[in-house]
Design a protein around this ligand. Sequence first.
Ligand code: NAD
Length: 449
Amino acid sequence: MKELPTFLSRRDFLGRSLGTGLVLGAPNILRAATSGGSDKIHVAIVGFGKQAEVLFNCLKNIPGLHFQAVCDISKSKLQRGVGQIRVHQGSAPKGYEDIDEMLAAEKGLDAAIVATPDFWHSPHTVKCLDAGLHVYCEKMMAHTIDAARDMVHAMERSGKLCQIGHQRRSNPRYRYTLEQLIHGKKICGQIVNCNGQWNRSLGASADIGGEKLHKSAIVPTEVLNRYGFKDMHQYMNWRVYRDLSGGPISDLGAHQIDIFNWFLGVAPKRVYATGGNSYFKNREHFDNVMCLFDYDTPHGEVRAFYQVLTTTSYGAGFYESFMGTEASIKISEISHNSIIYREDGAPNWDDLVARGFLSRKAVPAPPPPSADAVASYESAPPEAFDLPGGFNKPAHQPHLENFFEAVRGKATLNCDARHAFESEAPIFWVNPSALSKQPIEFTKEHLHV
Ligand SMILES: NC(=O)c1ccc[n+]([C@@H]2O[C@H](COP(=O)([O-])OP(=O)(O)OC[C@H]3O[C@@H](n4cnc5c(N)ncnc54)[C@H](O)[C@@H]3O)[C@@H](O)[C@H]2O)c1
């Protein structure tokens, strides 16, 4: 039978793992958790802010889930969560301000979705795992490397599943690119350089809240203080505070640096970073960071450059590029930002196009050489190709599907806490390198649990 790209021949990649699927104990076979003896998975959502809403809109598409409880320190967010769930499932979940009260009161929970600010991930995830729940926790695992380590230990101690929300790990386009094009067809030749970025405009990076905040959104100061926030500014803008988050390099950079580490299959050996408060002078975290990771891969050395800029959107948003001797792949969660360039002189891809692995991109013809071109030094323009097919689900859905398939014992996790830790560990060292203006050579202590 003619070989077909799996991207076309399978609906998605559920249940497949690429060196990242660890079977953690025996995934629980679900007990009959409802009085009706159904096999519904009983879920709690911890933190019902912006990202939890995005996740909930994906969770609504996954059959067999019952949302039993919601926990949020904000009355308005809690009401919003309870209301949305009531509309979706026809019955309201129980609402809680405090996770300890929720875990003490709610019997029969199977899983928790943790979408609180980063400094709460570790305590919330550890509590849920220790209470016997499987956990899907948003990235970045934690604001400190030790807090992330605690999550791995809790996962392994409890024998429960803990998926970290690096959703690209379950994205069919990413998995197809890695499995079929880079590993299978070796389309890039030798990958020598990587490049990634998240460039965001001032407008998108500005502080949230301020004068315009509606009365109902205000959380009383004593509640804020109880949960580690000094005031409403910290509560709404936790990403810019050192004790609450790792700043832009962890908030945004976590996505792309994870892809470098996943695609290259090894940890970097050192990082050099620089950063500054070029515009947001009063922020505790650098507003712009550039960093370089060195890798020794089985195929040779690789350098990976990454930048997170919060003062410009120039350069087309966010993506990761893998530049090889025969081709370069630029991939992004935004599908139209993804493109593959074949180097002039590399083996031709007519056969791959004919079999549907790739499609030729219609690109305007290059302009005729002009008098000022240094023609003899110029490379011929690379030929551009698209990945085949489309990916029509919301970006987070396949990763959540993978989690619940694993809870049902039908899949292994695509990004469990141990693998997420191994990929995230180098990110924790970018700010220290930028602050000290020194490269950091990674040792076992830097990168291991
Ligand atoms: N994977 C992705 O693409 C992606 C995208 C955006 C955000 N995120 C992650 O999702 C998480 C949440 O981000 P967000 O933008 O929704 O933030 P947010 O501030 O909008 O929401 C956080 C919510 O948690 C609640 N909360 C705070 N402390 C709590 C506590 N102790 N107990 C219970 N509830 C508490 C807040 O009231 C709020 O409703 C972060 O970790 C972020 O990094 C991931």
